[in-house]
Design a protein around this ligand. Sequence first.
Ligand code: SDX
Length: 431
Amino acid sequence: MTDSNKTATLTVHGKEYELPVHSPTAGPDVVDIRKLYGQAGVFTYDPGFTSTASCDSTITYIDGDKGELLHRGYPIDQLAEKSHFLEVCYLLLYGELPGAKDLETFESTITRHTMLHEQMQYFYRGFRRDAHPMAIMVGVVGAMSAFYHDSTDISDPHQREVASHRLIAKMPTIAAWAYKYHTGQPFVYPRNDLDYASNFLRMCFSVPAEEYEVNPILSRAMDRIFTLHADHEQNASTSTVRLASSSGANPFACIAAGIACLWGPAHGGANQACLEMLEEIGTVDRIPEYIARAKDKNDPFRLMGFGHRVYKNFDPRAKVMKQSADEVLDLLGVENNPKLQVAKELEKEALQDPYFAEKKLFPNVDFYSGIILEAMGFPTSMFTPIFALSRTVGWVSQWKEMIADPQNKIGRPRQLYLGETSRDYVDIEKR
Ligand code: SDX
């Protein structure tokens, strides 16, 4: 951060305090309150962290008003169109787009880490067949701590690097095997002659009884979906990974915590919830009923895939996803997909409604992704595992950045206490 010599003056109980102000390369200035409690004896209060920067970072920047998303300065729409997921992984991890040789080395390294320790299959067998694949992913990724002991020492940069590569490489296998276990079909091993997205599709959809040809249209669409979900500043799951990591916990346990947080319907679980909502709406004539429900303060229903803490304009990922939905369904010959029709009409009617305009609620990344994933053959239960698979590179990149930061310390928020003050124990006879 650049010290701008700017300060903010805060008056507390009649006394003034000068607080340093730091200026970013993009976005709002920050008021540094690290010494506030020591100087003024007061906390700040910000449930949900709506106005709080938890760290400094150089990885991803979002301009919510413009609807802009940059990964190391590169706009997401350019990366989605011109790059591919493993190149974006390199960019997020190392800060620059790789030259041809570095990219080849990186892709070869990731490819050769895609297999899981053979004994990890036994973890799957302990789950019910109808277990949600996110429950399996939380368990299996956490269990990686019990298998890969040679990459859990976070003080060793080499072990951090190996753990990063293992997590990015193995998540497609872990997610695909969760799907296969659910279907009762045998696990399919990764292949080193396939690219990342093709490998994942083949591990999900091929069966030993016949050859499986990867459809290049689906592989390109899959790769683009991975790219669109790769990282997103200090969202809830990334903040979970950072907080878990701040205690020095090993990377596998921390990423498992991130997966658990992502599962919620307010976060990464929204893609599954959105498709289920579109199914429930069914036809365009029922849209007004659901828009009315979303606006009704007494109805907990919300339009899933709509709204965002940071974007107060179109989520740029949703724009790319919407174009991709049209392309993929068209190329797959899926005409007049009812859910896509409902989604487009719902978007149109919602954006014309003053309630959504005033609250600046627009479609987010989860609004169209499920339509593409369903057309590709995935059940709704696999939507969030795919989000988790994609977001692993973001979690890992943010984790590496935090661990390497000399300012890194354990995260320990305070509170506004509203409970009982000190009182003496009362014996049961006197209660
Ligand atoms: C992701 O943070 C990230 O970057 C996340 C993510 C990532 O890549 O990591 O982008 C991925 O999680 C996208 C969001 C997916 N979630 C959903 O689509 C679920 C539906 N959306 C909402 O629940 C909500 O919009 C959130 C959770 C996304 C954001 O919530 P905020 O920022 O806490 O906003 P809020 O709940 O305070 O809402 C502000 C107002 C409220 O009305 P008032 O209390 O001011 O009267 O807008 C209303 C809300 O009731 N509102 C909605 C709404 N979203 C917000 N009303 C109807 N439908 C909605 N979807």
